[in-house]
Design a binder for this molecule. Structure first.
Ligand SMILES: NC(=O)c1ccc[n+]([C@@H]2O[C@H](COP(=O)([O-])OP(=O)(O)OC[C@H]3O[C@@H](n4cnc5c(N)ncnc54)[C@H](OP(=O)(O)O)[C@@H]3O)[C@@H](O)[C@H]2O)c1
Length: 246
């Protein structure tokens, strides 16, 4: 078991990529903190699935964009499990609205959750990691932050480009004790994409070399790799997992 007794906090792990990551860590013996902001039942179901795998787990409600809630979440993790070894900054939102119809509030909310949320969770978690002289952080960006053109999600894309930049700055600041890397997924089959127009799905399936959307578990495996000793010389990097894209 690669993560026996490691304490892992995954933001936004009630559903999608975060949920798949929580379960993969549990299979490898980790103690898992399942964070959610709204989906309480889903989060409790993830905790129960983890317990069936004989790992320990708790669910914590916290909006990652709220500093006081983040501070409390990290403190509850420490009082429950005594330490935090791994932080996966996965929580994210998107408003699919055309560029000039998008409101300032939607822009602010996207940046607050997707980008500032990562800053806040990392700020409070890294303090405890530094005390133990080790830790790993993985941030979930997107290929939308690198090379796509998608005006309806311009705010989301900017947040994801920001995550790649923040990852490098955090990796520099926290080295050599803490490694910080980032994953840029392409199209993944989760709730986030459930309302995509059929035409767009058809075009994108043609653009993806492997001719399918990825499964959440395929991103989870990449996250576990970056958190493992197999990635001991990786920090400040962005790992693209997108099935190949034209
Ligand atoms: N799916 C894709 O194609 C794709 C591609 C590239 C990158 N990504 C990124 O991968 C990450 C996960 O996406 P997903 O597809 O798994 O999305 P998803 O299925 O919509 O799940 C999003 C998760 O984030 C949580 N969340 C949302 N706002 C939050 C907040 N303010 N505080 C705490 N948790 C919050 C949700 O919890 P509640 O339900 O409790 O709110 C949920 O667990 C995101 O950062 C996304 O941008 C996804």
């Amino acid at each position: 078991m690669k993560f026996k007794d490691k304490v892992v906090l995954i933001t936004g792990s009630s559903r999608g990529i975060g949920k798949a990551t929580a379960l993969e860590f549990a299979k490898e013996g980790a103690k898992v903190v399942v964070n959610y902001s709204n989906s309480e039942n889903e989060a409790n179901n993830v905790v129960n699935e983890i317990k069936k795998l004989s790992s320990e787990s708790i669910a914590i409600k916290c909006d990652v964009s709220k500093e006081n809630e983040v501070k409390e979440m990290i403190e509850k993790t420490i009082t429950t499990f005594n330490k935090i070894d791994i932080l996966v900054n996965n929580a994210g939102i998107v408003f699919d609205v055309s560029l000039f119809e998008k409101t300032q509030d939607q822009w602010k909310r996207t940046l607050e959750v997707n980008l500032i949320g990562i800053f806040l969770c990392s700020k409070y978690a890294s303090k405890y990691m530094l005390e133990k002289n080790s830790g790993v952080i993985v941030n979930i960006a997107s290929t939308n932050g690198i090379n796509t053109t998608s005006p309806n999600s311009a705010d989301y894309d900017a947040s994801k480009a920001g995550i790649i930049s923040l990852t490098r700055n955090m990796a520099f600041e926290l080295a050599p004790k803490i490694r910080v890397n980032c994953i840029a997924p392409g199209w993944i089959d989760t709730d986030m994409n459930k309302d995509l127009p059929k035409e767009l799905i058809k075009t994108e399936l043609e653009n993806v070399f492997l001719k399918r959307f990825g499964k959440p578990e395929e991103i989870a495996k990449g996250i576990l790799f970056l958190c493992s000793e197999d990635a001991s010389y990786m920090t400040g990097s962005t790992l693209i997992i997108d099935g190949g894209h034209k």
